[in-house]
Design a protein around this ligand. Structure first.
Ligand code: ZN
Length: 221
C-alpha cells in the first residue's frame, strides 16, 4: 500500500458529505449508472477486487460530533467516540472511503468483535486499483458522489438490504426483493457490488451487477 494514498479520518470531511436526499438528487441528475456498469466494472475486473470492495453512494444521514466516528457493529451504525482503534477487546476498522485530492479518506468504520472472525478486513493492498478508480472519478467528476466500501457480505438471492435511520442510528433490515418495487420513491440505491459469474466474469453485464445491493430509505416507510 502506498502510504501516501490513505489519509486519516477528519470529522470535517464527514460533515461535508451530502445528506442522503442531496446525494440521491445528484445521482439522478448525473446518472452515473452506466459508468458503474462499464468503466468501473472494468477496473474491478482488471484488479480482481470484486470480492473485497464495492462502489457506494457517498452520503450521510445525520450530523456527528467532532470526537465521533460512524461505526457499524452488526446491523447498526451509530456515532462512537473512538480514542483507540483497539477497544472492548475488538477493533475499529475503516469500511468506506471518499477520494479527495488523490487520497482515500475513510468516513465510515466497522467494529470487529472480540472472539469472532473479522468482518472488516484491512483495506486491500491494491494501490494500482485505487489509482485507476480515482482516475475514473476525476474524469467523470464523480469524486463527491461515489466512493468505495468493503464488501462484507454478498447480496443473497431474493433478499435486499434496507437501511433505515432512527435518530442517530442506521439500522439495516433484510427484506424480500419485492420491497424495492413497493417502496420505489423512498428507496435510494446505496451500494453496487460486482458478482462474478461462472468462469470468472464471463456473464452478461446485468448479471454482474446487483443494482439493489443495499438501499437507504428516506421519508416515511
Ligand atoms: Zn445510508
Amino acid at each position: 500500500m502506498a502510504a501516501t494514498l490513505i489519509d486519516t479520518y477528519r470529522p470535517a470531511e464527514y460533515q461535508a458529505l451530502p445528506h442522503l436526499d442531496n446525494a440521491f438528487d445528484s445521482f439522478l441528475e448525473r446518472s452515473p449508472q452506466h459508468i458503474i456498469e462499464e468503466k468501473m466494472m472494468e477496473v474491478f475486473r482488471k484488479h480482481k477486487v470484486h470480492n473485497e470492495l464495492a462502489v457506494c453512494l457517498i452520503h450521510r444521514h445525520f450530523d456527528m460530533g467532532d470526537d465521533e466516528k460512524l461505526v457499524e457493529f452488526g446491523a447498526i451504525s451509530t456515532p462512537w467516540v473512538v480514542r483507540d482503534e483497539n477497544m472492548m477487546g475488538g477493533s475499529v476498522k475503516p469500511r468506506s472511503w471518499v477520494f479527495k485530492g488523490g487520497k482515500m479518506i475513510p468516513y465510515e468504520f466497522g467494529f470487529n468483535e472480540w472472539g469472532q472472525p473479522a468482518v472488516y478486513k484491512d483495506v486491500p493492498d491494491k494501490p494500482a486499483f485505487y489509482a485507476d478508480f480515482n482516475a475514473i472519478l476525476e474524469e467523470e467528476g464523480l469524486n463527491d458522489l461515489l466512493g468505495l466500501t468493503l464488501l462484507t457480505e454478498r447480496k443473497k438471492e431474493g433478499v435486499v438490504k434496507v437501511e433505515k435511520t432512527f435518530a442517530k442510528a442506521n439500522v439495516v433490515f433484510a427484506q424480500p426483493d419485492s420491497w424495492t418495487d413497493d417502496n420505489a420513491k423512498a428507496a435510494v440505491p446505496a451500494q453496487w457490488e460486482y458478482a462474478p459469474g461462472i468462469g470468472d466474469f464471463v456473464v452478461p453485464v446485468k448479471k454482474m451487477l446487483c443494482f439493489s445491493g443495499c438501499f437507504c430509505t428516506r421519508g416515511q416507510i
